[in-house]
Write a protein that binds this ligand. Structure first.
Ligand SMILES: Nc1ncnc2c1ncn2[C@@H]1O[C@H](COP(=O)(O)OP(=O)(O)OP(=O)(O)O)[C@@H](O)[C@H]1O
Ligand SMILES: [Mg+2]
Length: 266
């Protein structure tokens, strides 16, 4: 049975001055799937994520999430509708604990503004308790509960990266966009990351994954879209993409070599 679409991009285009960073892109992410977006550096992958999440306005085209047109909505509105994300460059608070870092992801869940928080200690304490319990249960699920009171700066990079996924989960997103989650991870951290994504997928999350590591992409993905210079050059299953001559020429040839080099260096 054909799955429903959860995220649909129709002719999405982004122009930066004379540069067409994303050129009439069509993508259909199916509900409860792992859909990867791959392609060479500068292909427009992060820009696509920024267009989906409303960080950047589209030049033209539409983004639909769960059947609703979300083009032009604010980032917090899109987050509230159920899209979470992580960033290509790690964004954690090094001098806060792991638990506190996760709790930050739920800030937009709380109804109280700053003034009320100051005036209404009891209400604020109740909300903090709610965030704490949620963050603790996420850490428990990801096998990091025992590390909750460690300062972020003392945790290995792989844990820090996984903690960003936990932080994104604080708002109960249906769809999570991951921008290069495996970058900079060593092989065992990478294996742990794959496990976390797989397990979260089994629990019901849908993922839109940007990744250069082909082991991660090929192992996890149901569908893959390939971008080169802003244009979609192929879409299909991992097996179809692996054997696609245009994809090999534009990207995979060098990506496989790069992955091999990285592994050799480790
Ligand atoms: N805010 C911006 N202003 C101008 N140009 C931009 C902006 N953001 C991105 N670009 C350009 O758009 C193109 C696509 O960039 P993008 O960051 O989306 O690539 P990417 O596929 O994520 O690459 P990478 O794999 O290196 O992360 C690049 O040529 C980049 O220089
Ligand atoms: Mg990028």
């Amino acid at each position: 049975m054909e799955k429903n679409s959860i995220l649909k991009l129709t002719d999405v285009t982004k122009r930066f001055g004379g540069l067409l960073a994303v050129d009439a892109l069509n993508i259909d992410v199916k509900e409860h799937s792992i859909h990867s977006l791959i392609g060479p550096n500068g292909a427009g992958k992060t820009t696509t994520v920024n267009l989906i999440t409303g960080v950047l306005p589209v030049t033209s085209g539409t983004v639909e999430f769960m059947g609703q047109n979300v083009t032009g909505k604010k980032t917090y509105e899109i987050a509230r509708l159920g899209i979470g994300r992580t960033f290509q460059n790690i964004k954690v608070f090094q001098t806060m604990t792991l638990l506190e870092n996760i709790m930050v992801g739920g800030n937009q869940l709380t109804k109280m503004g700053l003034v009320r928080t100051i005036l209404d200690f009891k209400g604020a304490a109740g909300e903090e308790k709610m965030l704490r319990e949620k963050a603790e249960s996420l850490l428990d699920k990801l096998g990091m509960y025992h590390l909750r009171n460690e300062y972020m700066k003392n945790l290995p990079y792989g844990r820090q990266k996984i903690s960003e996924i936990a932080r994104a989960m604080m708002t109960d997103p249906k769809l999570i966009l991951l921008d290069e989650p495996a970058a900079g991870l060593n092989p065992s951290e990478r294996a742990e990351l794959v496990k976390v994504i797989q397990q979260s997928f089994e629990e019901g999350f849908t993922f839109f994954l940007i990744e250069h590591n082909m082991d991660v992409v090929m192992n996890l993905s149901d569908d893959i879209t390939v971008l080169s210079f802003g244009k979609k050059i192929a879409a299909g299953t991992p097996a179809q993409i692996r054997d696609n001559d245009e994809v090999i020429t534009a990207y995979l040839g060098s990506a496989f070599v790069k992955n091999k080099e990285q592994e050799g260096a480790e």
